[in-house]
Write a protein that binds this ligand. Structure first.
Ligand code: PLZ
Length: 443
């Protein structure tokens, strides 16, 4: 594991990274964004080492993927062992132990103690898309309800389910049909104030479903229990249980997209656990594979088995290397109590972010749960989004060797997603850099 200390040897990016970036400009499609154009040499714990030997503090985890670290010993050794046994068979052709073991583990660990089954895939979008396919077959209903600020992926269906136009949808239509949208209770921006958000958002959704769509045409409501790309929006207490109650009453499935929130990130194994909400289907990806591409749909056995053999699958779905990695991830989460570690990160960081929000008028709100934390930038004295300020603060952090990501429907939220294994000193150092960057930027 690289030395767990922020070290700047060159400007960021340094000459080696710049050379790689130059080659990239000539060879890689411009459609891929580049948050910070450094090129990575190795990574582990809370540190990313770039091609110039700079040690950057990782507050991104490759977008909530490397929760156990980018080179966790249990992941590395299991993947090495599996690679030497065999790399691929295609599970639809001939089976292997790892796929079954990951399915068993997810059936056991996901919310609810009913009979469950699991289907493995490769990406988060694929999990969400398959959850919709399963829900439509199981209910024989066409319509899907999604929410404002939602992010579900970049495939045609999941892009259609995603809320934000630029950059995800602009020019890529026409979109998939039978996708309808209801408000998400965004406490900071709810017109009636945060106390009203849960009940009023539920009222609108109930009205859309009953008076516009017809409940018996709606297969599922798909919800991120804490919204990720949309701005780390935590719904008020009562919203998710209210959604559960309403959907259940109408035989509408509740699909939790826990692609970003799942696997210990929020201080519980799943964000739904916080209010003991039991979805019918739950989508996981990202942290599940610790960096190897794997995703899953886990749900009620009766629903999962509504699809006949051959109806779902994929060449690489539940690839053996990715399954080996997932077993290493689950082992690491348990052995190192990473749910507890996520709560400890919240305890150390959220008070500092709240204090910063109190001191700096350009921060409208600090929020989040576990190691999924954020600050939202506004024009001082208003709630008008300040995306330019968020971008400048992020750039300063990058220049000082702290990798943060910007998100939000309005591009004005800086989010912190450190690996759960980051040590206390690195976390504290990274937060100090962020605090200084805000102070230097917001005038
Ligand atoms: N559902 C809740 O957060 C992926 C997107 C990065 P894939 N979020 C990162 C980008 O700009 O492409 C995500 C998510 C939620 C689904 C997905 C999609 O997961 O593995 O990227 O397909």
């Amino acid at each position: 594991m690289p030395e767990q200390r922020r070290i700047l040897r060159t400007a960021i990016p340094g000459p080696q990274s710049k050379a790689w970036h130059d080659r990239r400009q000539h060879s890689v499609a411009t459609g891929f964004a580049a948050t910070l154009p450094v090129y990575v040499e190795h990574a582990g714990g809370g540190i990313i080492v770039d091609a110039d030997g700079n040690h950057l503090i990782d507050f991104a985890s490759g977008i909530a993927v490397t929760s156990v670290g980018a080179s966790a010993p249990a992941v590395v050794s299991r993947v090495q062992e599996q690679a030497a046994r065999f790399t691929h068979t295609c599970f639809m052709v001939t089976g292997y132990d790892g796929f079954v073991e990951v399915a068993e583990a997810l059936n056991r660990l996901t919310p609810g103690d009913h009979a469950k089954k699991t289907a493995l895939f490769t990406t988060g979008a694929e999990a969400v898309e398959n959850a919709v396919k399963i829900a439509r077959v199981a209910t024989r209903r066409p319509a899907i309800v999604v929410l404002d600020h939602a992010y579900h992926g970049r495939t045609l269906l999941t892009m259609s389910m995603t809320a934000k136009n630029v950059p995800y949808k602009d020019g890529f239509g026409p979109f998939a049909p039978e996708v309808y949208r209801a408000p998400f209770p965004y406490p900071y921006r709810w017109p009636g104030g945060p106390e009203q958000a849960a009940e009023q958002a539920l009222d609108r959704l109930r009205d859309i479903v009953t008076s516009q769509l017809g409940p018996d045409r709606v297969a599922a409501v798909v919800v991120e229990p804490i919204q990720g790309e949309g701005g780390f929006i935590v719904p008020p207490a009562g919203y998710l249980p209210g959604l559960r109650e309403f959907t259940e009453h109408h035989g509408i499935l509740l699909i939790a997209d826990e692609v970003q929130t799942g696997l210990a990130r929020t201080g519980d194994l799943f964000a739904c656990d916080d209010e003991s909400v039991v979805p019918d289907l739950i989508c996981t990806a990202k942290a599940l594979g610790g960096g190897l591409p794997i995703s899953a749909v886990t749900g009620r056995a009766s629903l999962m088995d509504a699809v006949p053999p051959g109806g779902i699958g994929g060449t690489y779905a539940g690839n053996p290397l990715a399954c080996a990695a997932a077993l290493g991830v689950l082992e690491t989460i348990e052995q190192q109590d990473l749910t507890g570690r996520a709560r400890a990160i919240q305890a150390a960081a959220l008070p500092r972010l709240r204090d910063l929000a109190n001191r700096r008028p350009a921060i409208g709100e600090a929020r989040g749960r576990g190691a999924m934390l954020a600050v939202e930038f506004v024009q001082p004295g208003t709630t008008a989004p300040a995306p330019e300020l968020a971008r400048q603060v992020a750039e300063r952090c990058h220049a000082e060797g702290v990798l943060v990501l910007v998100c939000g429907t309005y591009g004005n939220v800086i989010r912190l997603l450190p690996p759960l294994v980051i040590d206390d000193d690195l976390l504290a150092d990274g937060l100090s850099v962020l605090e200084a960057a805000v102070a230097a930027t917001d005038g």
